[in-house]
Design a protein around this ligand. Structure first.
Ligand code: ATP
Ligand code: MG
Length: 554
């Protein structure tokens, strides 16, 4: 099948490169900055980079782009590794841009010696003012033509901590009138007296992104360095630095950032949600982070399928979260164990059921050819869903109503004989009778009913908590709306059902298994589960649940 699929534009480039003999194998990298948890946008980049080297000979490195000491943390490093492995990918080398600090420093000296870099003492405001505009050239810094030796001495002093933050920078000497603003003597190094999560206090000068990224690619002999579109203007500088330093010619290719509607995919914004406690943490099941999706019950297969379906584009667009939900539904339908849970109970007493109780067989998953069965206890007192009963039903109402029959899933057909109410007229109980010959799988009653209800035996029910989630934001693109994106948070994104009643098989629910609560949706065990309390997260609703179950009746 995959052979027939058309190639994306990066695959086309790679196939052409391999065919032309430019490379015999390729090397890609996934380069996260460890300043937050990975989100769905990263998932798309992971699937692309690792996917390419699964398809073509070669390998992918995991490189932490850790050149900014203040925002980075080892907690993030660990979460990133964990998330990539969970997604199903393995890197060849685990690398850190900070491990190249000595090499990068050496490259800077080379540029100074070639007269291609200088130490500037202008303030950042002065540098900005001298930058010019896209239509007007910039002006040269008064420090631009320092002799090489003076630059070497000053750069050494920058490194040894002689100067305060912001007082000096190292800049490339390119062209202050360049059409590309990024080529107007870009800053290569800045002073920052800050502790780094790996290099500690060894350095007080740190390379800028442009002086670290391309060089790291070269050091690792990356053949195809894939990044998002906003780096297009950086490509010229990327190539210039490689050419001037005479190092391995890696090439940069850009694809469109992936944005998903009703959420934000920016670590900086997600960090605000965490810090300001709009969510319970990076792995809150409403977060678009890989860890949030995992906790919510998403499978790696479904996320990979989603990334595959959205593909690789050259133009930005908004991806519908509905596609993500479609992908997880499709996968969970295949693997989820079917279980019955009543969220809002109405008691049913089966007056003619005198067997005490019995164990009924019910399929774990009708979609699975090797489907196993579980036992579900049945007794004369059951809970059904309150919304599955109507005292005065409209026509074509196939659930329970006075005098009407329904099938209880994997059990019997019952008929509602009597409605019991309290003093205020609220329905408190239904008295029903069952048809003994109508047992599922051995039905000789000849009676056909259109509705099938889920149910739980009162005496055997396990009380569980259920957490239902909705979109985190009320608008499609909160980041582009006016004002603070957080003012568009959906106040009803979490709905907790404190006590739902589950069939006893769920007492042994595991974190590995996924569940379909029949007619309710897909669920998984939440990590907040304790000895006292079993907690489930709703991963996604069942599309058109009722209609489908009607068809499957019996
Ligand atoms: P953020 O704005 O969330 O911090 P970033 O691009 O700064 O994102 P990095 O950690 O620098 O995050 O990104 C690691 C890799 O993931 C980069 O190659 C980047 O291009 C890619 N990436 C990040 N966000 C997306 C996205 N929304 N769609 C596709 N790729 C992305
Ligand atoms: Mg970044």
């Amino acid at each position: 099948m995959s052979e027939e699929k058309s190639l994306n534009f990066i695959e086309e480039i790679i196939e052409a490169d391999l065919k032309a003999g430019k490379y015999t194998s390729i090397v890609t990298r996934f380069p996260p900055e460890p300043n937050g948890y990975l989100h769905l946008g990263h998932a798309s980049s992971i699937c692309l980079n690792f996917g390419l080297t699964k398809k073509y000979p070669g390998y992918t490195n995991l490189r932490f782009d850790d050149t900014n000491p203040v925002t980075e943390d080892t907690e993030y490093v660990e979460s990133i590794k964990n998330d990539i492995r969970w997604m199903g990918f393995e890197w060849k080398h685990e690398l850190y841009a900070s491990d190249y600090f000595d090499t990068l420093y050496g490259y800077a000296i080379q540029l100074i010696n070639k007269g291609l870099a200088y130490v500037d003492e202008s303030t950042s405001e002065e540098i900005a003012a001298m930058k010019g505009t896209p239509t007007e050239p910039g002006t040269d810094s008064p420090y631009r033509n320092r002799p090489v030796q003076e630059n070497l001495d000053l750069f050494e002093k920058m490194k040894s901590g002689a100067f305060p933050d912001g007082s000096h920078t190292l800049r490339a000497k390119i062209d202050m009138a360049h059409m590309n603003m990024l080529m107007r003597d870009p800053i290569l190094y800045r002073i920052k007296h800050a502790h780094h999560h790996r290099t500690g206090d060894k350095w007080c000068i740190y390379p800028m992104y442009d002086f670290a990224h391309g060089q790291s690619d070269s050091i690792e002999n990356i053949t195809h360095s894939i990044c998002t579109l906003e780096f297009i203007p950086h490509r010229e500088l990327y190539d210039w630095l490689i050419a001037q330093l005479g190092i391995y010619p890696s090439h940069q290719y850009e694809f469109a950032r992936r944005n998903i509607n009703y959420t934000v995919t920016s670590k900086r914004k997600l960090l605000q949600l965490v810090n300001e406690k709009h969510v319970s943490g990076w792995d809150d099941p409403r977060m678009p982070t890989i860890s949030g999706l995992r906790r919510r019950g998403y499978t790696p297969e479904s996320i990979r399928e989603f990334c595959e379906r959205i593909g690789v584009a050259k133009r930005e667009n908004m991806v519908d979260v509905g596609l993500l939900e479609f992908c997880v539904r499709e996968h969970l339908n295949k693997i989820a164990l079917r279980r019955m849970v009543v969220f809002d109970p109405l008691k049913v007493v089966i007056t003619n059921y005198t067997n005490g109780e019995e164990l009924l067989q019910s399929e774990d998953n009708p979609e699975d050819p090797a489907a196993t069965h579980r036992e579900v206890p049945f007794s004369s007192e059951l809970y059904i869903e309150r919304e599955d009963f109507m005292e005065n039903p409209p026509k074509k109402y196939f659930r329970l109503a006075p005098g009407q029959m329904v099938r209880l899933k994997s059990a019997y057909i019952i008929k509602c004989d009597e409605v019991i109410k309290d003093a205020e007229g609220n329905v408190t109980e239904l008295r029903c009778s069952y048809i003994p010959e109508s047992k599922s799988g051995a039905d000789t009653s000849g009676i056909h009913v259109k509705g099938t209800l889920h149910w739980v035996s009162v005496k055997h029910a396990v009380t569980v908590e259920v957490r239902e989630y909705d979109r985190l934001f009320q608008v499609e693109d909160p980041a582009s709306e006016e004002g603070d994106f957080k003012s568009y948070i959906n106040p009803n994104s979490l709905h907790v059902i404190q006590s739902a009643y589950a069939e006893p098989a769920l007492r042994n629910a595991t974190f590995n298994d996924r569940y379909q609560f029949i007619r309710k949706g897909y669920f998984c065990l939440d990590k907040d589960t304790s000895e006292e309390k079993v907690i489930f997260n709703r991963t996604v609703t069942l599309k058109d649940a009722w209609a489908k179950e009607v068809k499957k009746s019996k």
